[in-house]
Design a protein around this ligand. Sequence first.
Ligand code: GLN
Length: 539
Amino acid sequence: MTKFIFVTGGVLSSLGKGITAASVGTLLKHSGKKIGMLKIDPYINVDPGTMSPLEHGEVFVTKDGAETDLDIGNYERFLDSSYLKSSNFTTGQVYSSVIERERAGGYLGQTIQVVPHIVGEIVNRIKKAGKGHEILIVELGGTVGDIEGLPFMEAIRQMKHDDEVAGTFFIHVTLIPYIKAAGEMKSKPTQHSVQELRRIGITPQMIIARSERPLPKTFKKKLAMSCDVPQDSVIEALDAATIYDIPVTFLRQHILKPIAKELSLGELDPDMGKWDTLVKKIVQPQNKTVVGFVGKYLELKEAYKSLTESLIHAGAHLDTRVEINWVDSEEIEERGAQELLGDCDSVLVAGGFGNRGIEGKIKAIQYARENKVPYLGICLGMQLTLVEYARNVLGLEGANSIEFDKDTPHPMIYLIDNFLDQSGGTQLRTHKSPMGGTLRLGEYPCDTKAGSILRNAYNGEKTILERHRHRYEANPAYRKELEKAGMLVTGESNGLIETVEIKDHPWFLGVQFHPEFTSRLQTPNPIILDFAKASLNAQ
Ligand code: GLN
């Protein structure tokens, strides 16, 4: 039977509940426990797949092809594990399955209500996610007091008394504001949010207090008293130099002690030695390199979360600060690539959807190719790498992806109508296909070519596994022409072109998949690591 740790948030959002949940998970995993992770999102969307990255940050893709909340990415990066579809569900999914069952006659005669049917469905899903794990950490999105969070609160409350549940522990993450004028820290918002939790029937057993300043002992005591938790269960979470330092700061405050006691986990002594060495290299590295990061969702950097984190991982293993120079692709259109990228050691063109900023990205690629600057193009970045080569080397005027120009005379990137999906089934993708759930998603094998940058990055591995999230594919009709002109296909999957490189360039690689999704602090992605190395050597 599984034990459950529930992480709720109070006062306001963006307090780092995901990092908190991941940090607790990391400490437990390093103590030898088998940990599962689950994120519950109270919004109505079935998944975040159709949401703009500017709305909700990055859409993270799991190995089995689910489009999930970016916190799943945090879990994978911290716990160095792959999580599946079942690690994230939304209100939309809960209601869809209850309504589907109702239509199928699954509740004949009954009136379907939030309690017990919706709440029951939530409890079942949580328990299912916990199967096979000693402990499941469940992070509840949103803030206590939100209307849409109520059924979830009720579900986790009920689980306290469930015979199929081996134990529960409730962690509440809140904010302690500091009022400058009064020179005081304030516990009142936390007290109110704990009161709200209690009204619902949940008494948190631990308070994790986000604060700009260290909490004085007397303040901790007061907080413990007013929130009805033992003093050793008030944990402070100060703003950290890197998020990867948080597990270690929690450990220093003996966070595992009350958790182990309440859940009868025995003595826990996590080995964080190697982790700590990597954290030190993030905070105080010996070297530095600057990556020109060309993208278009720059107003919200969370849109590129996995990618920016993967550069941090690579940096930690190279003892290097990989600094990002953010470059808006639309600005390149106006001011040129040389002016905006001239000071960078390397160029990275990220993925994306839609027309905006395309021509700027193409200019950035041309600049990196012609000036022999290390270059990595990811997904849309790879697609445009072919478009750039077609236009400027093959001389194919008007070459494009049909995503941006349906009538292009040279569709370098096109739509495959008949496509074998992950489970071997045929998927039909046309312009009329619905937008939700029709992308090529999840992990696919890719065969690498001997002697390529790609294969070398993976230490000679013949077949690699990386994750995808795109609708369009490179058009094989142009392959011969491209190869004759010096652009080589170095990665293939079932006849699909997955990676391209060019001759006579120190480091130039376009990849159709997203290497950033498999990068973790302890095991950085080989492509990102090799790219960062090339960037460092280019100085
Ligand atoms: N828009 C492109 C496609 O759908 C690339 C997607 C991406 O970069 N993730 O194929």
